[in-house]
Design a protein around this ligand. Structure first.
Ligand code: KG4
Ligand code: ZN
Length: 364
């Protein structure tokens, strides 16, 4: 089954082509440069950029996937070429999978509209995908050669952490999910991004904080571990962010810069220890066979090490996405969910009526 997948849930314009569960091409056009001056993603700017880029990104994914023989007459105009590449790709593509939610409404609508348009024009089956499920199943992604061959045993417990969400999800099988814990306010990635912004470190903050933290003293600042004593598996990061805010606010720029690495390390540690504490408790409660750790923040090597150790202590295998591109938003993971949904025959019945769902939930 050849699948075209599209994700425009936040600030990355992405398209992928898959053959079953093998990703043949996964193209991501990042908008970081457009948003960084604002210290976060601006929905209208994201929407405009998605609109400008979506066709070229789809064409690039089709080109790289090599599903079509693409030979063109010389002197063909760029826009016409893009349309022609898409049309040729559509001769091979059978299913179109698109992120329906969750995400930023104006951004999501660009991908959903493009997927609908193509599915109607070329008479293709259409699948509406949950973005979080995409992150979770990203650990099952395979390359063109069908590797890696992972036999993940269910039930599993997934920790999904990105700029928009922080959730612990119990998975009894592909397509069967139950949220057992989630953030009550800010997401973990958002908490890193906001602290970075306060220290004047730009956007996105997670990678910058990671780099600075490597040489910092993570005991330098005293910070809370929110909801530590509560029995449930929910998170809260706004109190931690505020505690950090008030400590930093008292300082001059020179004082901040003098101990920048120490502030970054202490804050990162507080965020990560909070994440692990609740996840560890949930692992004890649910007695699963596998652990899954996904989402943009999982690009962080320190966090991966901490989770690796937690998994060893609990004697349960843990799975991370195998490639960097699979951690952050990408359409490859959406295509993978689309593939499993298509196997179950879960297609959109009325293509023209498909709408985005910015607050789309998973499971339950
Ligand atoms: O999954 P993602 O690309 O987009 C959302 O769905 O939100 O995640 C983006 C988030 C941002 O908050 C970013 O700061 C964080 O992931 N992030 C990192 C790292 N790389 C990206 N956080 C910590 N360390 C990193 N290396
Ligand atoms: Zn995401």
């Amino acid at each position: 089954m050849i699948i075209l997948a599209i994700d425009t849930s936040c600030d990355d314009t992405s398209a992928a082509v898959l053959m079953d569960d093998r990703i043949l091409a996964n193209v991501v056009s990042s908008q970081v440069d457009l948003h960084k001056d604002w210290g976060g993603v601006v929905p209208d700017i994201a929407m405009r950029a998605h609109k400008e880029r979506i066709e070229a990104v789809i064409a690039e994914a089709i080109k790289r996937s090599q599903i079509s023989d693409l030979r063109f007459q010389k002197h063909i105009k760029k826009d016409e070429k893009i349309k022609e590449i898409i049309a040729k790709g559509m001769e091979k593509i059978e299913v179109i999978a698109v992120t329906k939610g969750s995400g930023l409404a104006p951004a999501l609508s660009v991908g959903v509209n493009k997927a609908k348009e193509l599915a109607i024009e070329f008479d293709k089956k259409l699948v509406a995908v949950n973005h979080i499920e995409g992150h979770i199943l990203s650990v099952l992604a395979k390359n063109r050669a069908g590797r890696p061959e992972r036999q993940i045993e269910w039930p599993a417990l997934a920790l999904t952490i990105s700029g928009g969400h922080t959730k612990i999800v119990r998975i009894s099988g592909i397509g069967k999910y139950e949220v057992v814990g989630e953030t009550l306010d800010d997401a973990a990635g958002e908490a890193l991004d906001k602290a970075a912004k306060q220290m004047g470190l730009g956007y996105p903050g997670g990678p910058v904080i990671e780099r600075l933290a490597e040489s910092g003293n993570d005991n330098f600042m005293e910070l809370p571990r929110p909801l530590k004593d509560r029995k449930d598996f929910d998170y809260s990061f706004s109190g931690l962010k505020t505690a950090f805010y008030y400590q930093i606010k008292k300082l001059t720029n020179e004082e901040i810069n003098e101990h920048l690495t120490d502030y970054a390390a202490s804050y990162q540690r507080a965020v990560f220890e909070t994440l692990l504490m609740k996840y560890g408790k949930a692992i004890d409660e649910y007695k699963v066979k596998s652990l899954i750790a996904v989402g943009g923040v999982m690009a962080n090597q320190k966090l991966r090490k901490m989770l690796g150790k937690l998994a060893r202590d609990k004697k349960i295998p843990i799975y991370f996405p195998v490639k960097k591109i699979l951690n952050t938003d990408n359409a490859g993971m959406i295509g993978l969910v689309g593939y499993f949904q298509a196997l179950r025959g879960e297609f959109v019945e009325n293509k023209a009526e498909l709408d985005r769902d910015p607050r789309m939930e998973i499971g339950n």
